[in-house]
Design a protein around this ligand. Sequence first.
Ligand SMILES: *Cc1c(COP(=O)(O)O)cnc(C)c1O
Length: 421
Amino acid sequence: MRNDLYDWGISERVLELSSKVRESLAERFSEIDEIAEANTLCVMRAFGDKWVSDACFGGTTGYGYDDLGRETLDKVYASVFGAESALVRLGFVNGTHAISCALFAALEPGQTLLSVTGEPYDTLRSVIGAGGGVHGSLTSCGIGYAEVPLAASGGADIGAIEGAVGDERVGCVFIQRSRGYSKRRTLTVSEIEDIINAVKSKRPDINVVVDNCYGEFTETIEPTHVGADIIAGSLIKNPGGGLAPAGGYVAGRADLIERAAARLTCPGIGGECGATLGQGRLLFQGFFNAPHAVGQAMKTAVFCAGLLSGLGYNVSPGPYDKRSDIIQMAELGSADGLVSFCRGIQAASPVDSHVLPEPWRMPGYDCEVVMAAGTFVQGASIELSADGPVKPPYLAFIQGGLTFESGMLSIMKAASAVTAN
Ligand SMILES: *Cc1c(COP(=O)(O)O)cnc(C)c1O
């Protein structure tokens, strides 16, 4: 095995350090296994309670009326996430689309959207449309926007949030759970609960929307279990379990889910239509796999944090920190380091390993960006991928890993490429 590993590009130094890192993380790994086990039980019970059967996998064409699979999957998601209702659809083209439908569901013209975790994820800026948005943005529908930055500690600024919800125009509070691709830290579900309690004790009428992307199954509860009115996420991230070929979901209060469905399709049609085109089994099987897949991705991230910090790089979160998403950030210190790391991840991928990532000027960024992803499902970030803006401090964002073995080996190969510089 050792020689095969050297042959594949793993250096002796990285191999030795890796076995120490794995030993030191044994307890962390078993904590993650326990989370995966508890979440698997929850999913198994929902599959049984909601009578998932072979008949759910048939799928529909055309209008997609009376799609047993689609309706059953909605119930399974709602049950697992402790929500009244859920809408799981291939027609959500990505997480941004699902979050956008959740926001439109939670707001009326004349109200204000208040983001309490600072600036939201990049792609949501166009949805909000602040500063002269495009047709169909929240702004163009007469909805205002305001923001409370995160506190210096990295958590939510509860005092400032309590002040801001005093403005009676605020109709919706928006919380982003994951750090996304930024330096801020991820909020735990318990921190999200503190925000919700602070908001609801002043203004029980406010709808709380949580961007749950990358968070599902990293803990044993979700924001809907602690009072979020609606959560949204992407199926090519955690809840798709690596099998869902596309899609997104929203889950929460039944009236809000109905409004989100009317936004996804159109008023009067809502969630009653939407052919599943024979993809149903993958959505069910993916959700069944998801607690395990997320556990494997978390172990990969924790191992990555341990190995890279052992090699002297700054990482966030640290290997022993509590996690509430699957994202790992590492400061690789130089353009060469960042690009070599991403090239190592690409070279280790099961798909497109022969492709060489090149930094490029991606629209919406103020510098070049390098990206590595060799995934079965295009753009799937529950599968191992890494990327980063090529500017100081040369941050790499690493996430995913369908199996711990493949994730760990890929990280080892990428770390070997960096340290060879
Ligand atoms: C991925 C992600 C989204 C949505 O991104 P899509 O690419 O549209 O799926 C939104 N918020 C956060 C924090 C994310 O990580």
